[in-house]
Design a protein around this ligand. Sequence first.
Ligand SMILES: [Zn+2]
Length: 563
Amino acid sequence: VVAALLLSSCSSRKEQADLIVHNAVVYTVDSSLSTAQSFAVKDGKFIAIGSDKEILGSYESKEMIDAGGKAVYPGFIDSHCHFYGYGKGLQELDLVGTKSFAEVLEKIKSYAREHPDGWIIGRGWDQNDWKVKEYPDKTILDSLFPTTPVLLERIDGHAALINEEAFKRAGIDAFTKVEGGKIEYFPWSAHDIKGNSMDARIASGIVIDNAVDLVKRVIPQPSKEQLKEALLAAQKNCFAVGLTTVDDAGLEKHIVDEMDALQKSGELKMRIYAMLTDNEENKAYYLKKGPYKSDRLNVRSFKFYADGALGSRGACLLKPYSDKPEQQGFLLSPLSHFDSAAVSMLYKGFQMNTHCIGDSAVQAICDIYQQRINERLMLESQIPSKLQTRWRIEHFQVTTPFDIQLLKMQRGHIIPSVQPTHATSDMYWAKDRLGPERVKYAYAYNDLLKAAGMLALGTDFPVENINPLYTFYAAVARKDLKGFPEGGFQMENALSRENTLKGMTIWGAYANFEEKEKGSIEKGKFADFVILDEDIMKCAIDKVPQVKVVYTFVNGEKVYEKN
Ligand SMILES: [Zn+2]
């Protein structure tokens, strides 16, 4: 009996795990940023982290990965992207990188030959990349497509070129008034801007912000099958670059429902933090029902738009644009809209995430956040630690000393959510828009970090590339993929590698109220991790954009393997 007991205790000395990763450099991103060599995974969670000796001495598993000394990181989180929109875009006409409007037209013509039915929808043109840096107009589109509606969104999604047929279907013309939006017209067609005679006004085809939505509203909804295809295509590409959680910034209820269903059926393995679009359907449903949470889906925030984008001069500035003094941008809704939203978000337990690019928008929204948060704190002065708003300012692009001060005071309550590749995409023309003084306070990530104590990092894809390693490179080197500018753009606002890694993992998790379940490689957390072919914490910084993902794991399951 003694011998049998000894034998059995001997053979069961090691605990069974589902997976062991060893011989690695594991960046745990725990509170002391420690590294380890090895970890064990069971039931989708990390169960032990330590040296090879410790882990291999205590655990055994049929599945072993010898990382060959490669670096392992917590799965990357994109704190602001448009996951579904990106997937849908994969089914549409891709106009990113076009060098002229003529090239856009060529692409549309060949797309139309392959897709003879329905709308022609494209996205990604940017007149700043063209020789003629003016907005195009619809004249040629009308002659090519007199009966087919065409909608071509600008890269930032805040402006679009549409043809006459699209105007007709949307029931709008040059005279339609759009709050928080604009319909541009040919300057020669307006007799007098004071309003004497505007009868000859003709729309040029460019529509801005809320006017784009008026058109989008009449585009037929995608079928369930198209929706699923879009989500699965987006997931495939995102796993290949090491993303394991995406914060989708603006979703309709039926898309959230489809995500939930596909996650439950096991087809959609990506973890999703859903920001709900600010619309009546979402408010009616979710403010009544409250937040929703599963292991892979977290629905507890709303996305608001305070203003537009800097590229299309829709960003709301405190002083006029330096390259167009008659324009200053505008808020997309009256302040009372954001203020009453803040009240319902606060008392229904939702996070408020507001897109703010211009310094005027940033200031207005920070002000509302501060007022409403302080009010609530006063109400709950007995238990102030219970209130964790973690409300976000999305983009936080143009700052002022006033906002920085406010952020400091609201530490833990307001989190800047920024996209480092925006800095390196916009740097070519941001100075024109803002002038040499103001631009110094734009894309000021390190200033924001020092004030707020943390940053959530993302890409805003498909506005930018989906690759989080481009984010890492842009944040640390402040250069674009051409290696420009040599010394980096406004380097006083570069981030350290450590802070960048935290912004892509643990701070991203915190901004999602998920720091207890993800964002680091620690016991009890979801086994979401990536193995890279180079160590981004140590390799030459200019090599980072070429670094490749070897494996991506979600919940202890391999979801991507190189080749
Ligand atoms: Zn966005």
